[in-house]
Design a protein around this ligand. Structure first.
Ligand SMILES: Cc1cc2nc3c(=O)[nH]c(=O)nc-3n(C[C@H](O)[C@H](O)[C@H](O)COP(=O)(O)O)c2cc1C
Length: 273
């Protein structure tokens, strides 16, 4: 699935939206979202996926608790997908659904990832695949005070410093000269993550090979697979911004076996081609 505009601009524009207008999404926009779903069928690891937009008639105006935090007002349309099971399926799902989130963002719509959704809301999803998370999509409404308080509580507008996320050669040396990968790393840093936990820890090795590691920031999120999804989202942002700058590469799971800090695991690497 391709974005129409410059990915970095869309990544900067995206925020989680928890107040939606009860308005319809226009047939034209729904068609474009449907086309994006139809185009989002295979992860970089080769898993097959299928996404659709599901409309749910929740009671208008009443905040709905769909997950374990964040009250959603007038959520009505949802990106829901399944992905074939594999050791990298949760990364693949995060990568693919974030592409849809960014496509919706560039079409002017609001979105919010939902990690702890109630599967009973979506009996339409059948089959063997995994559905680790969903995303709300809809017409944005003005931010309300409740949403502002919630954003402040989870520090939704804050991101960790570069020095705690990006490293050079090993985990002891913060990355100080990212060169042409500065923007891809910054776009990764601006990405959404479950509870804004920002579990991404990236080590660059010579030749601009980037090893993506996952810090288990919250056991509960990890148990639900959310940190894996977060890494997939990070892959999407990094790759979109790299390709925007003309930097080509591919994803491979090849553990460099670095000395790891506590509760940190290797997941995937970017190799320039
Ligand atoms: C995998 C995942 C699961 C999430 N689950 C929820 C959720 O259950 N409820 C919610 O309100 N927000 C959820 N979010 C949104 C995050 O809280 C949000 O991305 C983070 O606070 C950063 O804010 P921003 O998206 O506005 O940049 C989730 C995000 C991700 C990536």
């Amino acid at each position: 699935m391709h974005l129409n505009g410059p990915p970095s601009q869309t990544i900067r524009a995206r925020r989680s939206v928890r107040n939606y207008s009860p308005e319809d999404i226009s047939p034209d926009l729904l068609q474009q979202l449907g086309e994006a779903c139809a185009d989002t069928t295979r992860s970089p690891f080769g898993e097959t996926a299928s996404f659709q937009i599901i409309e749910k008639p929740f009671k208008r105006g009443e905040p709905v608790k769909l997950g374990n935090y964040g009250l959603q007002r007038n959520p009505r349309y949802f990106f829901v997908g399944t992905i074939s099971e594999s050791p990298t399926a949760l990364l693949g799902y995060g990568y693919l659904l974030e592409h849809l989130v960014l496509r919706a963002t560039e079409l002017g719509l609001g979105t919010c990832w939902m990690g702890y959704f109630n599967p009973e809301f979506f009996p339409e999803v059948t089959g063997d695949g995994l559905t680790p998370a969903i995303a709300i999509v809809g017409m944005k409404e003005k931010t309300r005070i409740g949403e502002k308080i919630m954003r402040a509580a989870i520090k939704a507008d804050k991101r960790k410093d570069w020095s705690s996320l990006f490293f050079d050669g090993d985990f002891n040396h913060p990355l100080s000269d990212p060169g042409e990968y500065e923007n891809p790393l910054e776009m990764l840093r601006l990405g959404p993550s479950s509870g804004n936990t920002q579990c991404w820890r990236i080590v660059r090795e010579p030749g601009n090979v980037f090893h993506f590691h996952m810090r288990i920031v919250k056991k509960k999120y990890h148990a639900a697979g959310m940190h894996h999804v977060d890494i997939g989202i990070a892959m999407a942002h990094f790759e979109l911004a790299a390709r925007e700058a003309g930097l080509d590469g591919e994803w491979r799971v090849e553990d460099p076996r670095l000395a790891l800090p506590d509760v940190t695991e290797y997941r995937v690497s970017w190799f320039p081609v």
